[in-house]
Design a protein around this ligand. Structure first.
Ligand code: SAH
Length: 431
């Protein structure tokens, strides 16, 4: 039993987090294994999106070509979303292939594309140069288009409720591999591949407007490459995609030193902490990294992010039936957040999405409502996350990058008819 004194009032059971249907790898001390370092270090060849514009110019000059070609290439990539030399008619025919070969090595091969929500949600499965698989989920909403990107192939954080962690960490994605997910999504949108135009007066964005680092991987465990990719997303064209940093959300399981570093970075991205339990007794089991940094330390780091950047932060909380959804936990969470100040945070509960082998379920609607009401009543703005893509295993925690679907000649795939999955606004791209 959890020993919170208030828990005694609760008639509801306390389910303990235990991996079901798979075995969580453990370290020598018997605790769930945490992998901070990638086992394989091979990275793809350098792509122009790995470099700043002046680095690109230097590289083009090294190839014996005029430096301004770098800007032209960058415009093709970041403005027209093309890597096809045939389309680069402003470049001399004799230089195009060499420039593309040297500056734009192929990074992502589309293996499969699944579509749901009348075409408004698309999940991509990509193969990287070394065969590693990752996913991204693209979602059209009124007023915005959100892409949930992956930052690692696999994940080393070993959270028992998330599909992505089940096979451990394969490797960090490179800066350009992260950015390329956005460029390829933009290419698909431009080709009409994301739903129809809205008829409800909503905005018809023709490119990705919002990014969430909520796909596969722990972004702050791949810190340098993730930050460089964020810079490329916000750099004005043709250096980058010219997106707004406020529309980019970095979500973490709670790597405290990296959160503090992010706060000092000077890029006003939106920050999200995957808390999932306010008490260490439960969080120790639910989020293995809690053995390093406790719930209070993670909340302090989130608060520090707000203080340093002025950006309101978000707390993610997957509601799991009889595990972390007790009313006293809503009260304890509110108390801990209010103890640090007012107006600095909002809570984003997510109904748990099923993962392979899991016997846990999402909270009952009345329990979910009470959890949210208690937080709101305590002055903490709380909104349930809209979940999308369950039927294509594209929701939070469901990304597992399995290449087992039947593939048509055109690369399109028919969903397996699985009832799992959904892509939440915050997106679930675990694999
Ligand atoms: N590693 C980062 C980003 C990836 S996950 C992080 O942990 O924040 C994006 C969000 O989905 C996280 O809040 C994560 O805890 C949540 N999540 C994972 N598995 C889930 C599941 N099965 N159902 C609902 N949300 C889940």
């Amino acid at each position: 039993m959890l020993s919170n004194p208030d828990a005694a009032d609760e008639s509801r059971p306390q389910v303990r987090p235990k991996a079901e249907g798979w075995t969580q790898p453990t370290a020598e001390d018997g605790r769930p294994l945490l992998q901070f370092k990638q086992p394989r270090v091979a990275q793809p060849k350098t792509h122009l999106a790995d470099l700043t514009l002046s680095e690109r110019e230097a590289k083009v000059k090294e190839l014996g070509l005029p430096g301004f070609r770098a800007k032209q290439l960058s415009t093709h990539y970041f403005t027209h979303f093309t890597s096809d030399p045939e389309k680069m008619t402003d470049l001399p025919a004799g230089q195009r292939d060499q420039l593309v070969d040297q500056m734009m090595p192929p990074l992502l091969t589309e293996v499969r594309r699944l579509t749901t929500d009348n075409g408004d949600t698309v999940k991509f499965l990509w193969r990287l140069f070394d065969g590693a698989l990752v996913e991204s989920v693209l979602m059209r909403y009124p007023g915005r288009v959100t892409l949930c990107v992956s930052s690692q192939a696999g994940c080393g954080m070993n959270c028992p409720f998330c599909a992505t962690g089940q096979n451990g960490l394969t490797r960090n994605m490179s800066t350009a591999e992260i950015v390329e997910q956005v460029v390829r999504a933009n290419e698909v949108i431009a080709a009409g591949g994301l739903g129809g135009l809205r008829k409800d007066g909503g905005h018809n964005a023709e490119r990705v407007t919002n990014i969430v680092f909520m796909g596969m991987g722990e972004p702050l465990a791949n810190y340098k490459r993730v930050i460089a990719s964020v810079r490329r997303m916000v750099d004005p064209a043709p250096e980058g995609l010219g997106m707004s940093a406020r529309h980019i959300t970095v979500s973490t399981v709670g790597l405290v030193p990296a959160i503090n570093r992010l706060a000092a970075e000077g890029i006003p991205v939106t920050f999200a902490l995957s808390l999932h339990a306010p008490d260490d007794e439960l969080r120790d089991e639910l989020i293995p990294v809690n053995s390093r940094w406790k719930a209070d330390e993670a909340i302090d780091a989130a608060y520090n992010y707000y203080v340093q950047t002025g950006r309101r932060v978000s707390i993610e909380y997957a509601l799991i039936k009889d595990m972390n959804d007790h009313a006293w936990r809503a009260d304890l969470l509110a108390k801990k957040l209010n103890a640090r100040g007012r107006g600095w945070v909002h809570v984003n509960p997510i109904p748990l999405n099923p993962t392979p082998g899991s016997i846990w379920t999402s909270s009952e609607p009345d329990v979910t409502d009470e959890f949210i009401d208690r937080l709101n009543a305590a002055g903490i703005p709380t909104t349930l996350r809209d979940t999308r893509g369950k039927e294509i295993d594209g929701a939070c925690g469901q990304l597992a990058a399995e290449g087992d679907d039947e593939e048509a000649a055109d690369g399109s795939v028919t969903p397996k008819g699985s009832s799992r999955g959904g892509t939440s606004e915050s997106i679930d791209l675990r694999a």
